[in-house]
Design a protein around this ligand. Structure first.
Ligand code: ZN
Ligand code: MN
Length: 495
């Protein structure tokens, strides 16, 4: 195929549904719970029984506005609720309460971190609105299919982007960063296993051949619930559309229109679901049972004040102010209480660079092992700060710091006390270290010989001898002192 002469540019937009972290549902008092006995978290409102009256969940509205502000959107001072009518077994009212022409937020953007030096990528946000989730069809029953309505009425925030994403990779980065944002804001758990975030990318291509531009039909892939499915589905669509167009230049948006498809994970491909002619007419109209919402300036100002520093800015600041590298900053900032703990420890006079290393090297490891976060380990900022200072000052070695950190998880004493009690402090007794150096030299004549040959072998031999000394001292010999003494003995005194 004459692909060499083609310019192909993917155009990807996204619709994301984020489940908000409220205790009760969007328009009734039923609890939002995952994994309960089917149809036990329901009431006349979410069951859609005639005459039941919905009442808006104030918390859900607040959370939605906070996300809207974080996405730099305009927040509507007047917003209303609309019925989106369609028939489906998991939708008992035969309509979904959503927002049609007056969404609560519109016209913002979300910045994606870029490579070093480059400006962040800005993905424009068209709108964000609140709506309720449908129930769930349960297909694996002996008697056939059932409907579980526990999920019906769960508050969802739908976010729609402009088609500013340029690749499958970027689509998945966008989704990951958005998950970080909503968990950071505390408005959603963003838990993918519980389907709390669902993605619907729309994908097409701009193909330029011999000066003529072609646009392939837009394919919207429905209901993806993992970052991997999102990336794979977009990548697949990009390939499929290019192949299809290459065989038939009439495969363009103007002639074919939009298509909806589903992702068949096990087959690694998309499947067209319905074509343009079958697209629903949702017959939107204002819900007569719900009051429109007016947002006043004072309240909006208070929401603005509650907005924390966003992850992307905080990461950049951690690199700038604390001298962390991007990976360290990324890891620490990913969890808000952990980033707060880090800064609290710095306030407690931690050695910043050492603290950063210790967060990444062993505090994170302990958190992973306990399937928790560093902030939830229960080790106070003051003690973490002290451990970092002891390490930086050479009172303990980096390895010993790791051992002490392990003890600190279940021993509430300050790290210095633990080190003293367990004899883990580095020795300040120079003559004792000197004796270990002498012993190592006597016992390892081959390494000493290698050292004297010079070159690559020499360095390796030196490191080996250094290790022997530290081992002989049972870790108490300060590494820097060992180096100095060893070099002195081997070079100046000629072994
Ligand atoms: Zn209910
Ligand atoms: Mn929706």
């Amino acid at each position: 195929m004459p692909r060499r002469s083609l310019q192909v540019r993917p155009i990807v937009g996204m619709e994301i549904h984020v489940q908000l972290n409220t205790r009760s549902k969007m328009f009734c008092r039923c609890p939002v719970e995952f994994g309960s006995e089917p149809n036990t978290r329901v009431c006349p409102v979410c069951l859609g029984l005639p005459g039941a009256l919905p009442v808006m969940n104030q918390k859900a509205f607040e959370y939605a506005v906070i996300v809207g502000l974080a996405l730099r959107c305009q927040i509507s001072r007047f917003t209303k609720w609309d019925r989106k009518s369609y028939f489906y077994p998991d939708l008992p009212k035969n309509y979904q309460i959503s927002q049609y022409d007056l969404p609560l937020a519109a016209g913002g953007y979300f910045e994606l971190p870029a490579d070093k030096g480059a400006r962040p990528r800005r993905i424009r946000i068209i709108r964000a609105h609140l709506e309720e989730d449908a129930g769930k069809n349960v297909h694996d029953l002996a008697g056939g299919t059932g409907v579980d309505l526990n999920r019906a009425g769960t508050p969802l925030l739908e976010i729609v982007t402009e088609p500013d994403l340029v690749s499958a990779e970027e689509a998945s980065i966008f989704a990951i960063e958005l998950q970080k944002l909503v968990t950071y804001l505390g408005v959603s758990e963003g838990n993918m296993q519980k389907a709390q975030m669902r993605f619907e990318p729309n994908v097409n291509l701009s193909i330029t051949e011999k000066g003529t531009e072609y646009r392939t039909p837009i394919a919207e892939v429905k209901n993806l619930n993992s970052f991997r499915a999102l990336r794979d589905a977009v990548a697949y669509e990009i390939r499929r559309q290019l192949d299809t167009w290459a065989q038939d230049h009439d495969y363009v948006l103007d002639k074919v229109g939009k298509v909806n498809c589903g992702w068949r994970e096990e087959l690694g491909r998309t499947e067209i679901q319905r074509t343009k002619e079958e697209v629903h007419d949702y017959r939107y109209f204002p819900d007569p049972d719900l009051m429109p919402v007016r947002v006043d300036e004072g309240w909006l100002g208070r929401m603005q004040d509650r907005l924390p520093e966003l992850p992307i800015s905080r990461r950049a600041r951690f690199v700038r102010e604390y001298g962390l590298n991007t990976a360290e900053a990324d890891m620490i900032v990913a969890d808000r209480p952990t980033a707060d703990l880090f800064e609290e420890a710095i306030g407690e006079r931690a050695d910043t660079a050492t603290l950063g290393r210790q967060f990444v090297n062993f505090w994170a490891k302990h958190a992973n092992e306990g399937d928790t976060t560093i902030a939830s380990l229960g080790v106070e900022a003051t003690r973490m700060a002290e451990l970092s200072r002891m390490t930086a000052a050479g009172v303990i070695s980096a390895t010993t710091a790791q051992t002490i950190a392990g003890r600190m998880l279940c021993d509430p004493r300050p790290p210095a006390e633990i080190a003293r009690a367990e004899g883990l402090e580095l020795s300040r007794d120079v003559s004792a270290v000197e004796r270990f150096v002498d012993q190592a030299i006597t016992e390892n004549s081959k390494a000493v010989g290698d050292f004297k040959t010079g070159g690559k072998k020499s360095e390796k031999a030196f490191r080996y001898l250094q290790g022997r000394v530290i081992q002989l001292s049972r870790g108490s010999a300060p590494p820097q002192l060992v180096k100095t003494l060893l070099r002195k003995k081997l070079v100046d005194e000629g072994g």
